[in-house]
Design a protein around this ligand. Structure first.
Ligand SMILES: *Cc1c(COP(=O)(O)O)cnc(C)c1O
Length: 369
């Protein structure tokens, strides 16, 4: 048996939508772009949505839109995919890491205020693995200290906390549509915001800094080519129309795993906050402290030998060599994050898993434990 780590949920609707665009001359900046943005604002409940070519591009434009300057500090989590922190480096900012909460695996709000300095400009929390960070507390701390908030919801589309959607808690929220995400456009990303200035700057900067209505070769500011083609947007529209079905299938896959791993004392899982609705992104379990990082690595190698896709989501960002070199971060600074990073196992996870595949993966995993 071969079980892939992740798999996009693509149907005839997405294939038809792509072919429909290919029958028109509008492969980019056509009607599918505003339509994708419209269905996103409807789904998320934000005033604006700005589609771009990746989640990383979306984060970069948010960092620029809040006017981050070289040397400015942004408080963020070391337990994430590296893009949530790299976007700060793009503008010469300094990522200031704050350790995570041992149960939610998200940035620990109780530790944030101690990390604020006169150079702090923003907080960039991540809704890691589809569970919303403690955004109400983070928002409160940010307001008290005059900081902007960019919510990295790349892994959390459709998640919510107390009925409020992931991506809507900060000044801007960001989604990613790489094929391993819940919703995919092949490559793609989206900024959601209620802020006119962030929206206007993002629209301008994604397309070479053009102004609104001032012409194709009038560039008002430094911009990029972060546009998302109409082909990608058409896939996104079809995916958003199916989002409830896609997320519900992923919930079913998660329930297969949870039923089989519930009584397993040698592992633990991420604990959502009260009032949290999870959008299942991955199936990551944490080995108990009896296991070392080397034990975990051996388990991953053995799972792969049996055709079971798996990964070590995530290695700590502050220990990536270029972060350690540039900012002097070292092991021991964020012990809760490091202990988790050494012991995570991401098991195969997507919405099209069959129960017998989950049986096969869980049996193999428990034998290795
Ligand atoms: C996937 C992801 C991103 C970046 O998305 P891309 O579309 O791959 O650029 C950013 N942050 C987090 C937390 C992610 O998981």
């Amino acid at each position: 048996m071969e079980i892939t780590l992740s798999r996009p949920d693509i149907t005839q609707a997405e294939r038809d939508a792509v072919l429909e665009v290919l029958q028109t001359p509008n492969l980019s900046l056509g009607p599918k772009l505003p339509e994708f943005e419209r269905v996103m604002t409807q789904y998320i409940g934000s005033r604006y949505a700005v589609a771009v070519n990746s989640g990383t591009s979306a984060l970069h434009l948010c960092i620029r839109a809040i006017g981050l300057k070289p040397g400015d500090e942004v408080i963020t989590t070391p337990f994430s995919f590296i893009a949530s922190s790299n976007c700060i480096l793009f503008e010469g900012g300094k990522p200031v890491f704050v350790d995570i909460h041992p149960e939610t695996w998200n940035i620990d709000p109780e530790r944030i205020e101690a990390a604020i300095t006169p150079r702090t400009r923003a907080i960039l929390p991540v809704d890691v693995f589809g569970q919303v960070a403690d955004m109400p507390k983070i928002r409160q701390i940010a307001d008290k200290n005059g900081l902007r908030v960019i919510e990295d919801s790349c892994e959390a589309i459709g998640a919510s906390l107390n009925g409020k959607m992931a991506g809507t808690f900060g000044d801007a929220g960001v989604f990613g549509f790489y094929p391993n995400k819940q919703i995919t456009t092949g490559e793609g990303g989206m900024i959601v915001t209620n802020d006119d200035q962030i929206r206007d700057l993002a629209v301008s900067m994604r397309s070479q800094g053009r102004g609104s209505g001032s012409g194709w070769l009038a560039h008002e500011r430094l911009g990029y080519n972060y546009r998302l083609s109409d082909i990608n947007c058409a896939i996104g529209i079809a995916q958003i129309k199916r989002v409830d079905e896609i997320l519900s299938r992923r919930r079913t896959s998660a329930s297969y795993y949870l039923a089989r791993l519930r009584d397993e004392k040698r592992i633990s899982t991420q604990k959502p906050l009260p009032g949290s609705q999870v959008s299942w992104f991955v199936m990551v379990v944490r080995l108990s402290d009896d296991y070392s990082a080397a034990d975990r690595d051996r388990i991953l190698v053995n799972l792969r030998q049996q055709g079971i896709g798996c990964s070590n989501y995530f290695p700590a960002i502050h220990l990536q060599p270029f972060y350690a070199q540039e900012f002097g971060y070292r092991r021991g600074q964020f012990p809760i994050c490091e202990a988790l990073c050494d012991r995570t196992v991401a098991l195969p996870f997507h919405g099209l898993l069959r129960e017998e595949e989950v049986d096969f993966a869980c049996d193999a995993f428990r034998r290795l434990l």
